[in-house]
Every structure is written in structure tokens, then in C-alpha cells.
Design a protein around this ligand. Structure first.
Ligand code: GTR
Length: 417
């Protein structure tokens, strides 16, 4: 069955990307080859009417943009299922007694058919609620730290995943999660494995919560792809965090595909007090209409399951998109938003990520807030911020490193404490 689905998907993709389209071409990094484009105005309704007040934005344009991103890009995200509940699985001290560690099962239904496991570290000396960062990890909670007490996946979890869960060594991506430093700055950190919600491969829409909780049979043009599913997982993790009296304001953060996810979750769910995109690139922070580095066509030739099917219409036709990614960023307003790029990560189009942030400025300004306006991209290692928007271009490759976290913490100090 799975084999047949893969063959059918390959045939469908071959029809959508015949030889010579962008799926086969090498990426363009040449700015001079960008075709002229004009960005949709975040403050102009589909009807052509201009948005003139915060009320019009919140009541009309914001919901309209959420509908457009749901319908044409990511697929509709369902609300909170009735039976969501939590259970603490483990609790203890970590990092030489400086932190408390908890592992919490977030069950998606009353019957406990499926769940995600949230790994949460809290500074031990904290008095009162502490602000927290919430982000998904790529390979499992146990790969984010060398803390030996973090539970290794069970045989059943490994089998249900079917995507190499458990193969990476403990602490494999610990460098990306500088827990002790984040805790020392007075923040809690929470993370869960993306595959707990939806394993990251195209299985024809049956694995993850699509199959277990939603019993999906048919995938329509606007059915939720994997990024929407991960964003839904972030909201379920948030359901837990808001129930925990030791947690204050929460920033949602993500790197790369999980940065696209953080933006989409942050756009949809205003319980996230701050949103951070680390090198989210194509269909994350980067403007699609620049079609430079990874494009809408290229990304879907490799990861068709991330998006809704309607998005395929826009492969190599970015100018026909009813939205562009600056409008995804604008959906975060008036909350603090941080976008970061790396100079060696041309695939993510660093300049397009910065221009996108500028494109979101009119919505921040509608709220009477200052926003980044300088048309020149900031230099490497010179973080900039204005009002509630911030940006940096880090030196180095596609990654999330301590330098990035330091900037996020400095920015968060202004808003979350
Ligand atoms: C790449 C993909 C990017 C980015 C990245 C990642 O292969 O082309 O869009 O999401 O993966 O998630 O690391």
C-alpha cells in the first residue's frame, strides 16, 4: 500500500514538474535575474478596500490572510480537540541541580490514542512564573541534550515513526539547544520531537495525527500538510504550558522547516507572545516572489507533504500567489517578531527574509509601533531592532547556534520578563 502511494506520488510530481522546470534546474542566486514583482499590500483587502484601522485589520484583513494561507499554502489547522489532557511522566533535577526537568505527555484525545512528549527545563531558583521558549526538534528530545535522564524512545514509538527515530545518538543536536545558557538567563525551555505529531516524510497522509486522531481518508486541496500539523502540535504544547503555573510568557521558535512552522503557529495562535524565525527560508520568512535560492517549485518537488496541495499551483508562478511571506510575518503583529538569517545560507535567501520583515512594517505601524525600515540589509554580525521587530545576519552556514540564541534572549528580555 505504502509502495503504491509512493509510486503514485512520484507520477503526480513528474507530471507537475516535467523536465526543464525549476525542480531540475540548479538554484539561482543571481539577484540580477530576479523578475520584476510587486508585493501584495498586507493592508489591502481582497475586495480592494484599504485597511485603515486596527479594528479592520483584526476583524477583516487578519482573518482573510489566515484563510488565504490556510487555503493556498499550508492547509487548514483544526482547533483544540476536546480530550486534550496532560500527564507528568518524569520529574527531576538536571545540570548539576541548576534546573528542574520534566517530561510531560500531551494526549490529544480522552482515550490517549496519541500524544507528544514535551521535554521542559526550568531554572530551579526561579521565583514565580518564568518566560519560556518553545520549539520543535528534528530528531527526538534525547538528541537535544546529553542529559542522560531524558527518556530514549520506546520500541513502539520507533516503530510508529517509521522514519529513523532513535537512530541518532544522544545529544546529537545538543549544540542547537544551549539549555544551560538559556536557563542561566532566567528562561525555561520546552521542546518536542516533530515526528510525535507527524513523521517527516510523504506517506500519503496517513501517519501522525492525520491517521490516529483525525482518521484522514481523503486529502483535499486545502487539507493540512505537515507544517500545519507541526504548528497544531505547537499549539497543543502551548495548551500544556498555559496550564503550568510556573510558566509565564512563551516565545515560539524554530529553525528552518521548523522555523516555517514557528511562524505559522505564531500567526495562528496569539497565545505566543513572541515569534522567532531562524533561517526559515522558502515559505517561511523569505519572499516567494523573489524566486531566488529555494523556490516554491523546488521546495514542493522535494517536500510536497509539507504544504497543502493547492500550493502546487504556484510552482514557478509565484506572481500569482494571493499572498507573500511578508504577510505571514505581518500576522504576528503587534507581538515581537525576530527574523534571522546566515550569510552562508543562500538557499534560504537571507535578503528575501530581511525584505519580508520590511514588508510587514505597515501592520506594526498601524498599531502605532516602530518597525524596521532601512532598505539596506544589515551587515553580518550587526543585529538591528526597531520597536517590536528585530533581525540579524549571522556569519556561517544554515544552523542555529549560540550566537543566534544570545540575540533572541537579548530581544526577549525586553518583552517577556
Ligand atoms: C531543506 C529545505 C529547506 C529547509 C531545510 C531544513 O532541505 O530545502 O526549506 O527547511 O531543509 O529544514 O533544514
Amino acid at each position: 500500500m505504502k509502495g503504491l502511494r509512493i509510486i503514485l506520488t512520484s507520477i503526480a510530481l513528474a507530471m507537475l514538474f516535467p523536465l526543464g522546470t525549476s525542480a531540475q534546474k540548479t538554484a539561482n542566486y543571481d539577484e540580477s535575474l530576479i523578475k520584476p514583482y510587486s508585493l501584495p499590500d498586507p493592508l489591502r483587502m481582497e475586495s480592494g478596500r484599504k485597511v485603515r484601522s486596527v479594528r479592520q485589520w483584526e476583524k477583516k484583513r487578519r482573518p482573510e490572510l489566515i484563510r488565504l494561507f490556510s487555503e493556498e499554502v499550508f492547509g487548514y489547522v483544526p482547533g483544540k480537540p476536546e480530550g486534550v489532557h496532560f500527564r507528568e511522566l518524569t520529574a527531576g533535577e538536571a545540570f548539576d541541580g541548576k534546573a528542574l526537568r520534566k517530561e510531560i505527555a500531551v494526549y490529544f484525545d480522552a482515550e490517549e490514542t496519541d500524544s507528544l512528549v514535551l521535554l521542559l527545563y526550568l531554572p530551579k531558583e526561579a521565583k514565580g512564573p518564568v518566560p519560556a521558549f518553545l520549539g520543535i526538534n528534528f530528531f527526538g528530545n534525547y538528541t537535544t541534550t546529553l542529559d542522560p535522564e531524558v527518556t530514549f524512545p520506546s520500541e513502539a514509538q520507533i516503530a510508529a515513526d517509521g522514519n529513523g527515530y532513535g537512530e541518532k545518538p544522544r545529544g546529537f543536536q545538543a549544540r542547537r539547544w544551549p539549555y544551560e545558557y538559556i536557563l542561566s538567563r532566567g528562561y525555561a525551555v520546552a521542546t518536542f520531537y516533530c515526528g510525535d505529531v507527524d513523521p517527516d516524510y510523504d506517506d500519503g497522509f496517513t501517519n501522525g495525527v492525520h491517521g490516529t486522531i483525525y482518521k484522514a481518508k481523503m486529502r483535499t486541496g486545502s487539507s493540512w500538510g505537515t507544517i500545519s500539523t507541526w504548528a497544531w502540535g505547537l499549539m497543543r504544547a502551548m495548551d500544556y504550558l498555559e496550564s503550568d503555573s510556573s510558566i509565564g510568557k512563551v516565545a515560539v521558535i524554530g529553525h528552518s522547516r521548523l522555523g516555517k512552522t514557528a511562524l505559522w503557529a505564531g500567526a495562528l495562535d496569539e497565545r505566543f507572545s513572541m515569534v522567532i524565525s531562524n533561517e526559515s527560508g522558502c515559505t517561511g520568512a523569505a519572499l516567494s516572489r523573489r524566486a531566488i535560492g529555494e523556490t516554491v517549485g523546488v521546495i514542493q518537488s522535494k517536500f510536497p507533504h509539507w504544504f497543502c496541495r493547492n500550493y502546487l499551483k504556484y510552482s514557478d508562478k509565484e506572481n500569482t500567489l494571493p499572498v507573500d511571506q511578508h504577510e505571514l510575518l505581518a500576522l504576528v503583529a503587534p507581538r515581537p517578531l525576530y527574523v534571522a538569517s546566515a550569510d552562508g545560507d543562500k538557499w534560504s535567501d537571507p535578503k528575501g527574509e530581511y525584505l519580508s520583515l520590511l514588508g510587514a512594517a505597515p501592520v506594526y505601524e498601524l498599531y502605532g509601533l516602530e518597525a524596521l525600515k532601512d532598505p539596506d540589509q544589515p551587515r553580518v554580525s550587526f543585529p538591528v531592532s526597531a520597536g517590536r521587530s528585530a533581525y540579524h545576519l549571522r556569519h556561517g552556514r544554515h544552523d542555529i547556534v549560540l550566537y543566534d540564541w544570545i540575540q533572541y534572549l537579548n530581544f526577549a528580555d525586553q518583552f517577556l520578563k
